[in-house]
Design a binder for this molecule. Structure first.
Ligand code: 5GP
Ligand code: ZN
Length: 139
């Protein structure tokens, strides 16, 4: 389940060297080349899935536990105060590499503001209408 044209397939399977911090049967975790903060890591499945919607059950059942393990190790080893998990799906959401990956971004006391947004102010009616639409699709 590899895509020969995909750079993250090559990195995840060790064909291209990377700053790896963890590896097991399913994943390689590497440091991001363009980090948002010191120690920013990417969890890469060894199999190719373009995004979350393609991820198989086995991989998706393991990825969050691995993110917790990486985050805990970052807090101990780097002294970060917290961390963000970011996982972009689709170009409109900021995805630039179309091989599923989860960002683990260490956050330091007094560090820059990131992964944030200006809260909107929808009316109750608008929220009810939106909730109805999405709920219908989930049924
Ligand atoms: P996305 O925007 O798709 O969620 O994130 C892609 C991430 O991959 C970016 O943060 C970018 O810096 C990182 N990246 C892109 N190419 C490489 C690479 O060849 N090696 C590493 N380590 N990171 C990469
Ligand atoms: Zn791939």
């Amino acid at each position: 389940m590899r895509d020969e044209t995909c750079i993250f397939c090559k990195i995840a399977n060790g064909d291209i060297p990377s700053s790896a911090i963890y590896e097991d049967e399913w994943f390689r975790v590497i440091l991001d080349l363009g980090p948002a903060s010191r120690g920013h890591a990417l969890i890469l499945p060894k199999n190719h899935f373009a995004d979350l919607l393609e991820l198989d059950e086995e991989t998706s059942s393991k990825v969050l536990a691995l993110a917790a393990k990486v985050g805990a190790a970052m807090k101990k080893s780097l002294g970060c105060a917290g961390f963000n998990l970011v996982q972009n799906n689709g170009e409109a959401a900021g995805q630039t590499v179309f091989h599923f990956h989860m960002h683990v971004i260490p956050r330091y006391e007094g560090g820059p503001r990131m992964v944030s947004w200006e809260p909107g102010s929808p009316s109750r009616e608008e929220l009810a209408e939106l909730a109805g639409r999405i709920r219908q699709e989930l049924e």
